[in-house]
Ligand binder design. Structure first.
Ligand code: F6P
Length: 366
């Protein structure tokens, strides 16, 4: 058991629906255990610059369960370990400032809610002596060590609704509609929204595609009498032997930004099939709005478990879903790894059995 009276909580990386639900659970569960919570603003920036933190009491988090975004603010660029920080004694990296402020604020531990980048930083601070508990967050669902991250279900729900809406207009105009979803280098959102929305083609990063195969599939549908088709593309998918579509290059502190594949796919499929095609990029709409009930419950369970870890002195861990349980996993085991869609997953097998094309071979091979 750890005798900790005050902890900090921060949110880092891109926002995901459910962040506020975790903050709320952390604050309320900590209060029940006699622990005060300091909300740190804008990821680790709130520990670099003074005055960017505030005490959170249960009254401060009432009513935020259903809110998207994060009341603490977040950042998905910058890394306190990556840049030198000038002081009269010479350059130090920001980590020294973070550690100094952690102690000045009287904190005994940090709860860090974030994705792979943020949790990797948290693990480094853990090695430097800050007791840390990580909470996995990302709509991409690509974090190693947990079956689900909160935010994913909400993103899939939104994308499914969008596909439902596109079905009616695609059918009315006999068009091919191409829908681009997020997910970085993993195809979880595309696969699940595609299956839930009844897509005809799903292109994911794990399976390089050839649009000639996709065109064969779309023409085959035409022969059946289906005069429209829905193609879901993950932003990180790429043609066989080709590259992912990048909007902006990355640097050591900021990830590259993916996007633009749907425009190319729509253009090329139009030429190959001679059908009218349109594309839609769902973009950040997938990260907005109110979390689903699944994400609210998962986020709440993660927050509660994180406080159990603090009370028990179980640090340098990430809370995780190993259905049906919430468990802890050493941060060292998950940093630098990515959970991608397994090619032999039953979802892929079933999708293929239903005739959904992944563009890797012509329908005859399905
Ligand atoms: O990791 C979450 C995510 O939404 C990815 O799916 C997407 O590629 C990226 O963040 C977008 O980042 P930004 O908010 O910087 O545009």
């Amino acid at each position: 058991m750890a005798d900790i009276k005050r902890i900090g909580v921060l949110t880092g990386g891109g926002d995901a629906p459910g962040l506020n639900a975790v903050i709320r659970a952390v604050v309320k569960a900590a209060f029940s255990s006699g622990i005060e919570v300091l909300g740190i603003e804008d990821s680790f920036d709130g520990l670099i610059e003074p005055g960017r933190s505030r005490v959170l009491r249960p009254a401060d988090v009432t009513g935020i369960l259903r809110l998207g975004g994060t009341i603490l603010g977040t950042k998905n660029s910058g890394n306190p370990l990556a840049y030198p920080f000038p002081t009269p004694e010479g350059d130090v990296d920001y980590s020294a400032r973070v550690i100094e402020n952690f102690h000045l604020l009287g904190l005994g531990a940090m709860i860090v809610i974030g994705g792979d980048g943020t949790l990797a930083i948290a693990h480094e601070f853990s090695k430097k002596g800050i007791p840390v508990v990580g909470v996995p967050k990302t709509i991409d669902n690509d974090l190693f060590g947990t079956v689900n991250c909160f935010g994913f279900d909400t993103a899939v729900d939104f994308a499914t609704d969008a596909i439902d809406r596109l079905h009616t207009t695609a059918e009315a105009h006999h068009r091919v509609m191409v829908v681009e979803v997020m997910g970085r280098y993993a195809g979880w959102i595309a696969l699940h929204a595609g299956v839930a929305g009844g897509a005809d083609v799903i292109l994911i990063p794990e399976i390089p595609f050839d649009l000639n195969n996709v065109a064969v599939r779309l023409k085959e549908r035409e022969l059946w009498g289906a005069r429209f088709s829905i193609v879901v593309v993950a932003e990180g998918a790429a043609p066989i032997g080709g590259k992912v579509s990048v909007i902006a290059e990355g640097d050591p502190a900021t990830a590259e930004r993916l996007g633009g594949l749907s425009a190319r796919v729509a253009h090329d499929l139009g030429k190959l099939t001679n059908k009218e095609t349109r594309y839609v990029v769902l973009g950040h709409l997938q990260r907005g709005g109110t979390p689903t009930s699944f994400d609210r419950v998962l986020a709440t369970r993660f927050g509660g478990k994180a406080i159990e870890c603090v009370v028990q002195g179980d640090f340098d861990k990430m809370v995780a879903l190993r259905s049906p349980d919430i468990v802890t996993v050493p941060l060292a085991e998950i940093v630098g790894k990515q959970r991608r869609v397994p090619l032999d997953s039953d979802v892929i097998r079933t999708a293929r059995a239903l005739g959904i094309s992944f563009g890797d071979h012509a329908p005859d091979g399905n």
